[in-house]
Design a protein around this ligand. Structure first.
Ligand code: LIP
Length: 273
């Protein structure tokens, strides 16, 4: 299987790097956008073009592979995850950042086989950040192997955390409650505006944990394998196993830190993907 994953990964990486040029054409922000679910949930033509480029390139190389993409789903495609090799794509993760010209947006591409992430690429071409991992082969940042931090206690943990792009009242209440918990009990809060890049920060040991409710499979498929290959854990925020379609994620440098966060979190259960 690892030879096949190597072949899939190598082809995907070349396509991702080429697609990154579509993003770097807008270094000062992409001002042409449309609204999706609300005024802070946006999509640009670049999101759509990057996804088309990735799906077009990968389906040509691997016609039997399946795809779950953010913008294809927005256009009505169903999120169906089988055991087949499935590419789970966020073409521009951090679209709000991309519109504003805040340079923390990335292509997030995960390869899921038998419902398990086995390879991941998180590529921010705006500032040249490439995070990669393949099952059993470690996690890398710009070619250098990375490892999660050794932090095991919430009071020493820097937590990557997002307000999200939903105006739902109950979701916002939970966001504020959890923000207060982290500010009071953690070492600090950081918010990049991209779930994938937040998870990449945990993988490289820059942040010690990240949790979020309301994300989608395409936000976390790559980050899941990258964090785990960097020696971290990726679980459900209630403490159970990670479920890629649940729209809930908690990743951390250690299971001890993850379990302490689980005990403190106000929970939110969005509709599944
Ligand atoms: C975004 C995520 C972010 C989350 C937003 C949104 P998008 O993805 O990366 O973490 O807070 O709600 O889902 O929409 O920019 O691809």
């Amino acid at each position: 299987m690892s030879d096949a994953i190597d072949e899939y990964f190598d082809e995907a990486l070349a396509i991702v790097k080429a697609a990154g040029n579509l993003i770097t054409e807008h270094v000062s922000g992409c001002k042409a956008f449309e609204y999706k679910s609300c005024d802070i949930d946006l999509v640009t033509e670049v999101d759509k073009k990057v996804e088309e480029t990735l799906i077009g390139g990968l389906s040509k190389k691997f016609p039997e592979h399946k795809f779950i993409g953010e913008e294809s789903t927005a256009d009505g495609a169903k999120c169906v995850l089988t055991d087949d090799p499935t590419w789970v794509i966020d073409p521009v993760d951090g679209t709000l950042n991309f519109v504003h010209g805040f340079p923390h947006s990335c292509i997030s591409l995960g390869l899921v086989i038998n419902k398990e992430s086995v390879a991941g690429i998180i590529y921010n071409p705006l500032i040249g950040q490439l995070f990669t991992a393949k099952k059993g082969q470690g996690a890398f940042y710009n070619g250098r192997q990375i490892h999660v931090s050794k932090v095991k206690e919430l009071k020493k943990a820097l937590i990557a955390f997002e307000a999200g792009t939903s105006r739902d009242e109950e979701k916002c209440r939970v966001v504020f409650e959890n923000f207060k918990m982290v500010v009071n009990k953690g070492h600090g809060v950081r918010s990049l505006g991209s779930a994938a890049l937040n998870m990449a920060m945990v993988a490289m040991g820059g942040a010690d944990a990240n949790f979020e409710f309301g994300i989608h499979a395409w936000d976390v498929a790559a980050g899941d394998i990258i964090v785990r290959e960097a020696g971290g854990v990726c679980i459900d925020p209630s403490g159970g196993p990670f479920d890629i379609l649940s729209r809930r994620v908690l990743c951390a440098s250690s299971k001890e830190l993850a379990q302490e966060i689980v005990k403190e979190l106000a929970q939110y259960y969005p509709e599944r993907d």
